[in-house]
Structures are given as C-alpha cells and as structure tokens.
Design a protein around this ligand. Structure first.
Ligand SMILES: [Mg+2]
Length: 213
C-alpha cells in the first residue's frame, strides 16, 4: 500500500522534504486556483499551469526557511473522476514546474472524501475536508508549526474557515481561481480573530513574509 495514503482510502499526507517548522510559522496554501490555475478537477499533468506569483512567494518562503504546505480538497477523487495515481502525477508535475523557478513544497495534505463521493469515499462531513480543520491540524502536528503566526492563502471561503478553526492568525483570499466570486461571500462570514484580507494574487504573501522575517 502507498504509505502516503494514510488511511488507505481518502487521506493523503506526503512529506517532500525533511524540513520542520519547529515552533515557527508555516505558509499554508490551497492548491487549485492558488498555486495552479483553476481548470476544474485537475487530473492531467499536461493541464498544470503554475500561477507565477505563487511560485515567487513559495521561493521566497523557501529562502527564509518557512515551511510551505499544500492543503487541498480533492473531491474529484471521491466522485470517481480520477484516482490518487493521477493526483500523484499532477503533484509531480507541480514540483517539476516549481523547481524550474527554484521553489519547492515541503508537505502536501489532501482529502478525497466528499458528501457525494462514491462507495467508501462518501462521507457527509469528514473532519479533514475543508471547511473542517483536520488537514491543517495534521500538518501542524507533523511540522510542529506555530499556527497563531501562520498564514493560510486560499481562493475559497472554506479555506479560510479551516484556517480560522485551526487558530491560524492570518488569512488571504486571492482573487485568482474562484476567489473573485468568493470575495463577497467572505463579508458575510465571521472569521475573527483571524486577520483576513482580499488580494489580487499570491504576491501578497510577500508582505506577510516580510512581517515575520
Ligand atoms: Mg481552490
């Protein structure tokens, strides 16, 4: 069995480096619409297109020794549209393209469960699926992260809700991916005491990196 598929079905946790946060902040990133362009159920390596601003921010975090973690719902797996092998190939392509820009991820956490999943992927409200905070807490435990000083960047309100539920101190909703459509929804949600801002793209991560370094 693939040891990255930690429950053998729907929970993926993959260390890409041996880095530890050791009590420092972590940069948490949603994947689709933040690191890569949103294409809808990304399942083919040839469809991977990196968002340049995200690659720049990831490289800067790498340079500062800040761990970079992907936290991604993958309902396409639960719905039977593609499998973990496809997910793995896409992740490999993302790593290849980031490497071309001298950037890398440290940890990837994904959840394939969904209320409309098929067979054993059908879970009404899995604790790992965003807006729940299971993925963030698993990553934080793995890396020994200081969540209150950490940042979550997403293109959906559920990304920020998962962050808020984890005690992450700062959130950014980017307007890439689904972000432009989600921005008005954000105003109706209470996410205090998390500091939340809406930014055009992942380049706003640079300001946070300046603040913590
Ligand atoms: Mg997204």
């Amino acid at each position: 069995m693939d040891e990255r598929l930690i429950d053998g079905v729907g929970l993926w946790c993959e260390r890409l480096t041996s880095a530890h946060a050791s009590g420092r902040p972590v940069l948490f990133l949603d994947r689709d619409g933040v690191i890569v362009e949103e294409v809808g159920y990304l399942a083919r390596r040839e469809d991977v297109r990196i968002v340049d601003a995200a690659a720049v921010a990831i490289r800067r975090a790498n340079e500062l020794g800040i761990c970079v973690v992907v936290i991604t719902n993958q309902s396409g797996i639960g719905r039977g549209f593609f499998g973990w092998d496809d997910f793995d190939r896409v992740q490999h392509r993302i790593s290849e393209l980031l490497a071309l820009k001298d950037a890398h991820l440290d940890l990837v956490v994904a959840c394939g469960y969904h209320p409309d999943g098929i067979g054993e992927f059908c879970r009404a409200d899995h604790p790992w699926r965003k807006p729940n905070n299971g993925m963030v807490m698993a990553a934080a435990s793995c890396l020994k992260a200081d969540l209150s000083c950490s940042l979550m960047v997403g293109d959906k309100v559920i990304d920020l809700e998962a962050a808020r539920a984890s005690g992450i101190g700062t959130g950014i909703l980017v307007r890439t991916g689904h972000g432009a459509a989600e921005a008005h929804t954000l105003e109706t949600r209470r996410l205090e005491p998390m500091k939340v801002s809406i930014c055009n793209d992942a380049s706003a991560i640079g300001l946070w990196l300046n603040e913590i370094s």
